[in-house]
Design a protein around this ligand. Structure first.
Ligand SMILES: [Zn+2]
Length: 138
């Protein structure tokens, strides 16, 4: 009988803790914005011109080479060809194909989605352990 009461108390306690945690979590499902993390793409007007690798999702805030591919990074919204030529406006490449527009924003979103998948954050708000006490709150 005592155990039952203890269990009920534990469940009540868990429910209260969950309710407290759920309130802020509902508004910011991605977690609290750390100072290091960039704001969501939408609300973040790019402060400077970005450059992206034509071959992968690497982006950089300045001109340079992709550390992976050792090719020149292309300015955001510039157009480039597979042969490495770059243009400020749309056109055709030497091989007759349409030039591709560098889209750093979508690259960053790809990279973010990829890293989010790799380093998966715990989702404590939805998965609620009823029995385990949750004394740690960060
Ligand atoms: Zn690259």
């Amino acid at each position: 009988m005592k155990n039952l009461i203890l269990a009920l108390v534990a469940i009540c306690f868990a429910a209260i803790v969950t309710a407290q945690n759920a309130t802020p979590a509902a508004t910011t499902p991605a977690g609290k914005p750390a100072t290091a993390a960039p704001a969501p793409a939408k609300a973040n007007p790019a402060p400077a011109v970005m450059f992206g690798c034509p071959k992968c999702d690497n982006v950089a805030p300045k001109e340079g080479k992709c550390p992976t591919h050792q090719v020149a990074m292309v300015k955001d919204h510039s157009y480039f060809c597979a042969d490495g030529s770059v243009s400020e406006k749309a056109g055709k490449c030497a091989d007759g194909k349409e030039m591709t527009m560098m889209d750093c924003k979508s690259k960053m979103m790809n990279a973010r989605a990829k890293s989010a998948k790799e380093a998966k954050p715990a989702t404590p708000a939805s998965a609620t352990p009823a029995t385990a006490p949750a004394p740690v709150k960060k």
